[in-house]
Unconditional design. Structure first.
Length: 379
C-alpha cells in the first residue's frame, strides 16, 4: 500500500461499535454529508442486510495506527439468467434509500493517499468483485477526483464517470427578507399572500417534532400523507414498504437526539395538510421527502411550508438548503443553482468488459439526441 497506508476490512461487530470514530472522521472529512454519517449507514445495514449482501467496509490506517479513511462499501450478490452470478461493489444504502453526495470518508491530508490505497486493495482482491458501481457520487468527491485525474491504464481498469442527477440547492446568505427581494414583485407578492391566507386567515399551525414527542407517530403521519398522494396521482413511489418505514423510523430517532432531523407539519385544526422530512448537518438543511394531502395541495400548503423552513434556515444562519436529487419544477421555484451527482462504473479490462464499456459510451452520446427527438411521444 502507498505511503504506509494499510487497509483492513471492517466486520459487522466493529461497524456496530464505531459510531464515535466514524463520525469524528466524517467531521474532519473532505465530503462531510449527512448520508455518510454512521447513523444513516448503520441503520441501513441493520434493516436491509440479507443473504444477497455482504459488508465490504474498508478502513485505512496510517503508520501510527490512526484511522485516516473509511470506504463505506458493500457487495451486492446478483444472479442473472438463472445461474450467472456476479458481485457488485456499491456504496452502502445506495440502492434502497437513494442518498446523495456519497463518497469515501477521508481528511484533506490523506484524500489521495487513501483513494490510492483503496484502489490498490480492490485490484489486489479483484476475485471478490466483478463490477464496481458507485451511484449518487458528489461532484467534488474524493473518489471521483482521484479516479478522473489519475492515469489508470496500467491498472487494467475501465472507468466511466457520468452525471447521474441534478441536485438543486440554495446558498443562504443575508436575511430571508433580502432573499425574497430576489423574486420578481409578482412572485414575491403571490408567496406572501398564500402565507397570509393559510396562516393568518385559516389559522394553519406550523409544528416541528421534538425528540421527546413520540416521533414514531409523526413518521407514520408522514408516510400516510405521502402514500395517499402517490395513490391519488398514480405515482410509483420508493418511499413505502415495511423495510423503508423501519429504516426511516430508526434513522430519524437516532438523528433526532442530536437535533439533526426536522419533521415539519402544517396543520389545519387536527388535520395535517403537509409534512416535510428534512435533515440538518454541517450547517446545511437537506430536504429529503414530503407528504401532501389533497386539501393541502389546493391551499398551496407545500409552498407555504417550504417558505417557513427556508425562513428558519436563514434565521438560524445555516449556509445552504439542499433540495437533493430531482429536477422538479417546485425545487427550481426557490433556486436556479444545482450541482450534479455522478455515477461511476469500474470494470476489469478484458475483452467482454471493453466491448460493454465502449457500447455504453456510445449509448451515452446518442441518448440525449434520441430523447430530444422522441420526447413528444414519450411524454
Amino acid at each position: 500500500m502507498p505511503e504506509n497506508i494499510s487497509i483492513e476490512r471492517i466486520s459487522e461487530c466493529q461497524f456496530e461499535n464505531m459510531r464515535e470514530e466514524w463520525n469524528s472522521l466524517l467531521e474532519k472529512g473532505v465530503t462531510n454529508e449527512i448520508f455518510l454519517s454512521w447513523e444513516w449507514m448503520y441503520s441501513w445495514w441493520d434493516v436491509f442486510k440479507n443473504e444477497g449482501s455482504q459488508l465490504y467496509l474498508l478502513r485505512g490506517m496510517n503508520s501510527m495506527g490512526e484511522t485516516i479513511g473509511i470506504a463505506p462499501f458493500y457487495l451486492q450478490k446478483q444472479t442473472l439468467l438463472g445461474s450467472l452470478k456476479r458481485n457488485i461493489i456499491r456504496f452502502c444504502s445506495s440502492l434502497e434509500t437513494y442518498p446523495d453526495h456519497l463518497d469515501v470518508i477521508a481528511t484533506k491530508e490523506y484524500e489521495r493517499l487513501f483513494s490510492e490505497a483503496v484502489l490498490s486493495y480492490l485490484i489486489q482482491h479483484n476475485e471478490d468483485w466483478d463490477l464496481i458501481r458507485l451511484e449518487g457520487v458528489h461532484e467534488n468527491s474524493v473518489i471521483k477526483n482521484y479516479l478522473t485525474t489519475t492515469p489508470l491504464k496500467i491498472k487494467r481498469l475501465l472507468i466511466a464517470s457520468v452525471p447521474d442527477a441534478k441536485c438543486p440547492y440554495l446558498v443562504i446568505d443575508g436575511s430571508f427578507e433580502d432573499y425574497l427581494k430576489s423574486f420578481s414583485p409578482k412572485k414575491r407578492q403571490t408567496l406572501l399572500r398564500k402565507r397570509r391566507i393559510l396562516i393568518n386567515r385559516e389559522k394553519a399551525v406550523f409544528r416541528a417534532v421534538q425528540c421527546d414527542e413520540e416521533p414514531e407517530k409523526y413518521i407514520q403521519k408522514l408516510f400516510a400523507l405521502h402514500e395517499e398522494r402517490a395513490r391519488q396521482k398514480g405515482i410509483k413511489t420508493t418511499f413505502s414498504g415495511e423495510d423503508i418505514y423501519k429504516f426511516h423510523n430508526k434513522v430519524v430517532q437516532a438523528l433526532l437526539k442530536d437535533g439533526k432531523v426536522v419533521l415539519a407539519f402544517l396543520y389545519k385544526e387536527s388535520n395535517p395538510l403537509v409534512s416535510y422530512y428534512c435533515m440538518k448537518h454541517n450547517k446545511k438543511v437537506y430536504y429529503y421527502q414530503a407528504g401532501l394531502s389533497y386539501e393541502g395541495e389546493k391551499r398551496s400548503a407545500g409552498t407555504v411550508l417550504f417558505s417557513l423552513l427556508l425562513e428558519n434556515a436563514f434565521g438560524e444562519r445555516y449556509k445552504e438548503f439542499d433540495f437533493l436529487r430531482g429536477s422538479e419544477e417546485y425545487k427550481f421555484y426557490w433556486s436556479k443553482n444545482y450541482r450534479e451527482d455522478y455515477s461511476i462504473t469500474i470494470r476489469k479490462d478484458d475483452f467482454i468488459n471493453r466491448m460493454t464499456h465502449h457500447s455504453y459510451a456510445i449509448y451515452r452520446r446518442v441518448r440525449p439526441q434520441f430523447q430530444k427527438i422522441y420526447k413528444p411521444i414519450l411524454h
